[in-house]
Write a protein that binds this ligand. Structure first.
Ligand code: PMP
Length: 555
């Protein structure tokens, strides 16, 4: 319903709530029924009594987390709802609180975030879209003109997804004044914007709800934590209709600890990168326009959206094709990545614009060997570009423990099984495992194009292991390590030098290993970890350099 302009509405927002929700007797959890006292035996909630970190239900009201959010945002705790399925949860609950299924309707800007429409359909609420202008600006009069007596909600996303622009907060306040319903402003991307938040307007508008999330600037999309801010009466309604324990305990703790860590400069970097990406993409021959952004993504109008989208996929880059959305014809939505990812994206767009071949997706570097002698039978495989699916079983448990350091710390995949003559001793197993692993590594390295070639690490932890590696091709092992025990577990320590000699020979690399330490287990582990770190640095490929890392032109 439309109110006369300039009418300041301070009417009771509870008037707009569905009668069944107002009358609702919410579920009381076991802990809600207890009002404090010195309890040491908790037998009220049918939980497991065995402590394991998650055996107790979490705080259903998230009091500590709300305190932290209240400090962070400068709002009262009573004005906060926290959702455990992100701010998407708040979107759904907003319909459930205010809209009578089959009767009420919601009005929203278009193009905008798709969940408002889906949640309306789930709740059997009519959804009316009002198109933004060609430059994505907002005409509040036409929004209000689309409302009627049954319009309970207006949805505004600011900065708007997928257009990227934020709306003027004064205009939004004026809209809240003139609308006799609930104005929901979704500020999922507000941390990237310099145009301000509506949080401070909450005190002036009891019909305003502001949504925010930890999924974007705060980097916690995996934790699914979003917020609704509103006057205490509306915030309390969310608390009544939500599921009793809607935010799990580990998430509550994790979000609090990450709030304490702060934003760590990522927002500034994303903002700088958004400007750089926008300038560079505008120069590509396939880009017609990059729209201004107040968010961490760019809406990019291209010559042929489907074609550019697929060409980017050929370059290993996935963006969102928004060209089928009304108002976004011909547009791709490109999230701002790390500086290195943005470099690749800029290069890929430039190539598409010039009609050049796409950025080559380099094949993964894999090597494998099956090696059987009268002493051992070994299958070894490595993947220098993928860390998943490692498996190691040499028959020597301590050696396995050491070898696992390689996939873990080098970020590569290693599959290695050995059936060796351990009834003789450990020698053949250790020597042949090193040779097979080295052979597989050498094959995976191939012609070594684009690799960094050298790796090193500084001394690490109390065992001071240092491993220097050169993958140039000349073979050497400088070994300066003294073990004081003959064995660690089932593995003879004198064999480690021999292991690395065999590995260096098979891999064709130069290794300098020196280590000191009191504890022989730590000493060996530090050597393998340092080896893995050195290897990780040396096999890393520069995305733009496909040359041989040698002044001789061959390695
Ligand atoms: N609002 C907007 C505008 C969004 O773009 C998104 C996520 N893409 C959300 C809300 C939902 O965020 P959350 O991860 O908190 O559910």
């Amino acid at each position: 319903m439309l109110l006369p302009t300039n009418t300041l509405l301070m009417t009771d927002p509870l008037r707009l709530v569905r009668p069944n929700i107002l009358a609702l007797e919410p579920y009381a959890t076991a802990r809600d029924e207890f009002d404090g006292g010195d309890i040491s035996v908790w037998l009220d909630a049918n939980e497991s009594p065995y402590t394991n970190g998650v055996n107790r239900y979490p705080d259903p009201h998230q009091k500590e987390l709300k305190k932290a959010i209240a400090r962070l945002k400068g709002v009262d705790e009573a004005c906060i709802f926290v959702g455990g399925a992100g701010s998407d949860e708040a979107i759904d609950l907003t319909y459930r609180i205010f809209c009578r299924p089959g009767i009420d309707n919601a009005v929203a800007i278009s193009p905008s975030y798709g969940v408002y429409r889906v949640a309306a359909a789930i709740n059997d609420v009519k959804y009316r879209e009002v198109m933004l202008a060609d430059d994505f600006t907002l005409d509040t009069d036409s929004l209000l003109a689309a409302t009627d007596a049954n319009t309970r909600l207006i949805w505004i996303c600011s900065p708007n997804n997928p257009t990227g622009n934020a709306f003027d907060t004064d205009d939004l306040e004026a809209l809240a004044d003139r609308f006799d319903g609930i104005l929901v402003v979704d500020e999922a991307y507000v941390d990237f914007s310099t145009r301000g938040t509506m949080l401070s307007a909450l005190a002036r508008h009891r019909n305003l709800i502001v949504l925010q999330t930890f999924s974007k600037a705060w980097g916690m999309a995996g934790l699914r934590t979003g917020m609704a801010f509103a006057c205490p009466e509306i915030a309390a309604l969310y608390g009544r209709v939500k599921y009793p324990y809607n935010l799990n305990g580990p998430t509550q703790r994790e979000v609090m600890s990450r709030i304490a860590d702060g934003l760590q400069g990522h927002v500034e970097e994303i903002r700088r990168e958004a400007v750089r990406l926008s300038r560079s993409l505008s120069e590509s021959g396939c880009v017609e326009k990059v729209y201004p952004t107040d968010a961490n993504f760019l809406l990019v109008k291209v010559s042929d959206a489907d074609a550019v989208y697929h060409r980017l996929i050929e370059s290993g880059i996935l963006v969102r094709n928004r060209s089928s959305m009304a108002g976004c014809e011909g547009c791709l939505r490109v999230t701002v990545g790390t500086p290195a990812e943005n470099d690749l994206t800029i290069e890929a767009f430039a190539r598409i614009g010039r009609g050049d071949a796409p950025l080559a997706k380099r094949p993964e570097r894999k090597g494998s060997t099956d090696r059987t002698t009268s002493e051992t039978s070994i299958e070894a495989a490595v993947n220098l570009d993928r860390s998943t699916e490692s498996a190691i079983d040499t028959g020597l448990k301590f050696l396995d423990h050491m070898l696992w350091q390689i996939p873990h710390h080098a970020g590569i995949g290693v599959r290695l099984t050995c059936k060796g003559d351990l009834y003789v001793d450990e020698h053949h197993t250790m020597e042949d495992v090193a040779i097979a692993l080295g052979d597989a590594m050498r094959e995976a390295l191939g012609d070594k194009r684009g690799i960094e070639r050298y790796g090193f690490v500084l001394p690490m932890d109390e065992s001071r292991a240092m491993v220097l590696i050169d993958l140039g091709g000349r073979i050497d092992l400088e070994w300066d390590v003294e073990f004081t025990r003959e064995y660690v577990g089932d593995t003879p320590t004198e064999m480690f030098g021999h292991f690395f000699k065999s590995l260096a020979t098979a891999m064709r690399c130069n290794l300098h290993i020196s280590a000191r330490g009191e504890n022989n287990h730590h000493l060996a582990e530090a050597i393998f970890k340092a080896f893995a770190r050195a290897l990780k640095a040396a096999v890393r490929r520069d995305p733009f350099n496909d040359t041989i890392a040698s002044s001789k032109g061959v390695i």
